[in-house]
Design a protein around this ligand. Structure first.
Ligand SMILES: Nc1ncnc2c1ncn2[C@@H]1O[C@H](COP(=O)(O)OP(=O)(O)O[C@H]2O[C@H](CO)[C@@H](O)[C@H](O)[C@H]2O)[C@@H](O)[C@H]1O
Ligand SMILES: O=P(O)(O)OC[C@H](O)CO
Length: 806
């Protein structure tokens, strides 16, 4: 820093001095020029006014009268000295400062006397020759001549008709011009000195306040961070105005912290011979399985949408179970995610290949956006997918609608994605394609036809109904045939696999192997397997929770008693809990939470009716509970969704009207999409999380709730018709249609002892930790990478084994 300051001061000194000297130099030149021009003009004018009278005198051949004339003509002492010379260059008369006039050179007079033209010049007098004769050579004052001064000499010819009769010479003292320049330089020097001092002082102060101090503070913070003495979130104030750097450093620190945590976790897991999957383990595993290949994921919904909100463009993560599950997988494995670019501003954020790297603030993988027309969205997404297949696969008693035109768009969009996929994979050998969901039932076959060397898996995120229910789809055979193009077909649970095998059995010419759970059709085998999807597991939160719950050493080095810590939330969670309660105006009340897309399969209305039933039957809970339902707008142009929204709003209004009392209302409806962070606040602050789907492939809200409960508290009420119910045996399982049962479950949850809550949550969290989304992806990708492609030479025989047992 010291050297930096020295260099800065030196640079400022040189810079300011050069600029100031340059500008002064030009000032002096201008000033000198102006003064000289003025003197020239005045002298010439004076000469012109004298010339006729002197000429007359010379013409009359009275040279002896010329001195008197000159005396008369020179009225003031500051006027130029005057001299008249005859045609031989002999001085006839002189007045004023005669010394320089006497030494006018013959050369100077030559021009007016011989050529008849005027002449002017600035000269220094006494000249150098005289100076050198001075007795004291160091003196600037030659003996008898006074100091050297600047003079302006001007000579004009004197005429008698055509004849030159002499010359009139004027000598003006021009030394004031030289003096003025010296003055300007002196003033400028003082200015420069003052400016340099001021700028240097101000700069040094600024360096100290705005650079040295923040940098010192930031360096100290980084040192403490390295030593684990401070938290990442506390950085901003240390960095002051260097906030952009703070953000980058914070993100770097987060990465380092995560990497350190991951390394520690890996080491611990290895040490404990556990089999928990982490992002890092998945990344290593997938890289090994893919070899030279690459991963391509296809879904209708994209993980990041650029949308206009008010006047700004925001990049949002849509509320979708599929996105929640796949995003951490892609972040771990890299690859390309191909999806419909559905955000209003999406087109502005892609390159010429419709690519962008995401997540935007920490790019890890490529998103390829596919553009669909309004008609394609309406026919493929809203029509066939969400008015046809969605209600067909969910037992929620909404009638599926199948239109011929929607089916045509469904085929068209599947073909469009196949084309894009093939284009993306053109330079990749052995690509692995992982297709998502019911929007792309035809895609596996299309891809296999175009790229027989591709290994293809499809995961069906929603339930598969029984064969009879599925048979109402007019194009069931085409859909099944399309799906059977895949090498691996995944569902959440075994019963969905069974339903699928049964549907194929009854519909197509194919050999179904119920022992291997595979289907052979046209010489190609498809493996049909359950892969229960899950959420990412944040080891950080787990450690924090475990430290509190199991009485390990806390930050202060004190061993906490397990029972004592049981009823306590960690500080940050406690604060979060009370902040949210204060924000909602529900301090001291029990908070029940529901988080869903506004979808009729999620049982939102039934859940509201259960809350109403509870308050009717157990009025003791009046003013003691609040149910917050966060509902993200979903498929908002589909009629059944429009009707559901109206029904939910009406029901909330009716229940609130019925029970509201002195400012308290039993239901808060938040109809918008929240960030993951906001949703997590609700999960953490809730006493009970209500998941009452009428039918659900898996349901990730239940798992997110458990993952968020690092405090080890909270109760999960879970529909038995959600796939998650098969794994989460410690939830309070309910039939969502049975309003009384759901109400009773809420009551049980509210009355449950802290010990029982902890026991249940602990077991379910352990289940999710071990069966997280990294494990899900590892299972699917291991199976698809193990597929044998006809004619392919095995470069790595290990690739085709099934080593995953965890
Ligand atoms: N208001 C809101 N704001 C922000 N985020 C919100 C939100 N409401 C919901 N979300 C988020 O959206 C996701 C919903 O996931 P779900 O599994 O519950 O249902 P979804 O039907 O979308 O998924 C489909 O795919 C998943 C994954 O396979 C299956 O579990 C499921 O059964 C199937 O229907 C969750 O991550 C949740 O946090
Ligand atoms: O919002 P959608 O229509 O993409 O649905 C999201 C679901 O995760 C589909 O399974």
């Amino acid at each position: 820093m010291h050297f930096f300051r020295l260099r800065l001061v030196a640079a400022l000194l040189v810079g300011i001095t050069l600029i100031s000297v340059g500008s002064t130099y030009f000032d002096v030149l201008t000033h000198k020029h102006n003064l000289s021009t003025d003197l020239e003009r005045r002298t010439k004018w004076y000469g012109a006014s004298l010339q006729p009278q002197v000429e007359q005198q010379m013409t009359m051949a009275h040279p002896e009268a010329v001195p008197q004339l000159l005396q008369r003509l020179r009225l003031y002492p500051d006027q130029p000295g005057l001299a008249v010379y005859d045609t031989h260059g002999q001085l006839v008369a002189a007045t004023g400062n005669v010394t320089p006039l006497r030494t006018i050179s013959q050369n100077f007079l030559k021009r007016p006397l011989t050529e008849g033209k005027e002449i002017a010049a600035f000269v220094k007098f006494p000249p150098r020759g005289l100076l050198s004769l001075a007795s004291d050579k160091r003196s600037a004052e030659p003996a008898g001549y006074g100091p050297v001064r600047l003079w302006y000499e001007y000579a004009i010819p004197l005429h008698n008709g055509q004849l030159t009769v002499g010359a009139l010479v004027m000598v003006a003292d021009a030394d004031y011009i030289r003096q003025a320049s010296v003055d300007v330089w002196r003033r400028s020097f003082l200015n420069i000195a003052a400016m340099v001092i001021l700028v240097v002082v101000v700069t040094l102060l600024m360096v100290r306040w705005f650079l040295q101090e923040p940098v010192t503070r930031a360096a100290e913070w980084l040192r403490q961070l390295r030593q684990g003495k401070v938290h990442i979130g506390e950085a901003a104030k240390e960095f002051g105005y260097l906030v952009p750097i703070a953000n980058e450093v914070t993100s770097l620190a987060e990465h380092l912290t995560k990497a350190r945590a991951a390394a520690e976790t890996e080491a611990r897991l290895r040490d404990a011979a556990e089999h928990v999957w982490t992002a890092h383990r998945l990344a290593v595993h997938v890289r090994e399985k893919l070899g030279n290949g690459k991963l391509y994921v296809v879904s209708n919904r994209e993980p990041y949408m650029h949308v206009k909100q008010c006047s700004t463009v925001e990049c949002v993560v849509p509320p979708s179970g599929l996105v929640t599950a796949l995003e951490p997988v892609l972040q771990a494995c890299d690859g390309t995610w191909i999806a419909h670019g559905s955000g209003s501003e999406d087109a502005a954020f892609v390159d010429e290949h419709d690519h962008l790297r995401v997540p935007p603030d920490d790019p890890r993988y490529t998103l390829r956006r596919v553009w669909l027309s309004e008609e394609e969205v309406s026919g493929h997404y809203e029509g066939f997918s969400n008015e046809g297949l969605w209600p067909l696969c969910h037992m929620a008693h909404t009638r599926p609608i199948f239109r011929v035109q929607d089916w045509e768009y469904y085929q068209q969009v599947n073909a469009k994605f196949a084309e894009v996929l093939v284009e993306e994979m053109r330079d990749t050998e052995h690509p692995v394609v992982f297709i998502q969901d019911y929007h792309f039932a035809l895609l596996p076959r299309m891809v296999k036809n175009l790229r027989p060397d591709a290994r293809v898996a499809i995961f069906w995120h929603i339930p598969w109904p029984n064969a009879e229910a599925f048979s109402i789809c007019p194009w069931q055979a085409e859909l099944l045939d399309g799906l059977l193009g895949a090498d691996v077909i995944g569902f959440h649970i075994q019963s969905h696999c069974n339903n699928f095998l049964d549907t194929v059995d009854r519909t197509l010419e194919a050999r179904t192997d119920w022992e291997q759970f595979s289907i052979l059709r046209g010489g190609h085998t498809s493996l049909v397997k359950p892969f229960p999807i899950s959420v990412a597991w944040d080891e950080h939160m787990t450690e924090q929770a475990e430290n509190v719950h199991h009485g390990s050493l806390n930050g202060a080095g004190l061993k906490k008693d397990a029972e004592d810590s049981w009823n306590r939330l960690p500080d940050s969670d406690e604060r979060l809990h009370s902040d949210l309660h204060r924000e909602l105006g529900i301090e001291g009340k029990h908070l029940l939470v529901g988080v869903d897309r506004m979808d009729y399969t999620k049982g939102i209305v039934e859940r509201l009716l259960a809350v109403e039933y509870l308050l009717d039957e157990h009025p003791w809970y009046l003013e003691k509970i609040v149910f917050a339902q966060i509902a993200a707008p979903s498929r908002t142009r589909v009629p059944s969704y429009i009707a559901l929204k109206a029904q939910v709003e009406e029901t909330v209004e009716r229940i609130n009207r019925k029970f509201e009392k002195s400012g308290w209302k039993p239901v808060i409806l938040i109809e918008r999409q929240c960030s993951h962070k906001e949703v997590t606040r609700y999960y953490k602050a809730a006493d009970i999380c209500l998941v009452t789907s009428l039918h659900d492939g898996m349901n990730l809200v239940s798992k997110e709730f458990l993952a968020a409960r690092s405090d080890g508290d909270g109760v999960l009420i879970l529909s038995r018709f959600a796939g998650a119910a098969q794994e989460l045996r410690d939830a309070l399982t309910v039939n969502p249609y049975d309003v009384r049962q759901v109400a009773e479950a809420i009551r049980t949850g509210l009355e449950m002892s802290p010990g029982e809550r902890r026991l249940r949550i602990d077991r379910m969290r352990q289940q999710i930790k071990e069966h997280n989304v990294y494990r899900w992806a590892a299972m699917v990708l291991t199976d698809v990478c193990a597929v044998r492609i006809e004619g392919e030479v095995l470069a790595d025989p290990g690739r085709h084994q099934h080593p995953v047992t965890a």
